[in-house]
Design a protein around this ligand. Structure first.
Ligand code: NI
Ligand code: MN
Length: 225
């Protein structure tokens, strides 16, 4: 499984030859000007919630690639009505896709569309694919619901927001890593806006002091699990 950071909360995941994008917000992110959305491959686009900093490039990419949009029922319906191929899910449900199993899990956040219309309740994803399991938390507060995940899935990587203000910050992300029983963390949702700028070295040191590994990738950088 290959994971690429496209800035903010945008991720690319490759499982075998299947390309999955998560929460594409690239063309609106000055820091991600090195990424060309017209060159991104996508068979699936996973959307955690309806906020603009998670859906901005969904339509442009789905139009070009015919990717299937996977999200909660309200978000899937919103895109289905615009003519896109979608797969609706809801909290606690899982589905076997060609690349592996996806479960839509709880997040504590909000989920209105940029025009104010209802985007359902926000979520995260647990993906089991190619013998590697990852948790993409989405925008969320620290929540005890995270403790449910390791009861069923032994994670290889937890992708957690670390920018604070709109989501968990570093200290809560360290507790989240305890809750999901995964000491290997990829941080996201930081630095994009003034509210969520963080000190990278301090963040890494705090994880290191708890015997945990916080990875912070450059935009466009990938890791292999
Ligand atoms: Ni949000
Ligand atoms: Mn966000």
């Amino acid at each position: 499984m290959k994971i690429t950071f496209y800035g903010h909360a945008s991720l690319g995941i490759e499982v075998n030859d299947v390309h999955i994008l998560v929460d594409p917000f690239i063309s609106g992110n000055d820091k991600a000007s090195n990424i060309d959305i017209d060159s991104l491959k996508a068979d699936y686009i996973l959307v955690t919630h309806a906020h603009q900093d998670h859906i901005l490039d969904v339509e442009a990419i789905a139009k070009r690639t015919n990717a299937m949009i996977v999200s909660n029922f309200e978000i899937a319906t919103y895109f289905e009505q615009k003519g896109f191929e979608t797969h609706p899910m809801n909290h606690g449900g899982s589905w076997d896709f060609e690349f592996g199993n996806v479960k839509y899990v709880n997040a504590i956040h909000t989920s209105s569309f940029p025009d104010g219309s209802y985007g359902g309740q926000p979520g995260g994803f647990v993906i089991e694919g190619e013998r590697k399991n990852i948790y993409i938390a989405g925008d969320t507060a620290l929540t005890f619901d995270m403790k449910l995940i390791p009861l069923q899935t032994q994670l290889d990587l937890a992708i957690l927001p670390i920018g604070d203000n709109f989501t968990m910050g570093i200290d809560d992300a360290i507790l989240a890593s305890d809750f999901v029983q995964c000491d290997k963390v990829l941080g996201y949702h930081f630095d994009t806006f003034g509210y969520i700028e963080i000190d990278h070295e301090e963040a890494k040191r705090k994880f290191f002091d708890k015997n945990k590994d916080l990875m912070i990738l450059e935009i466009g950088e990938s890791i292999e699990l």
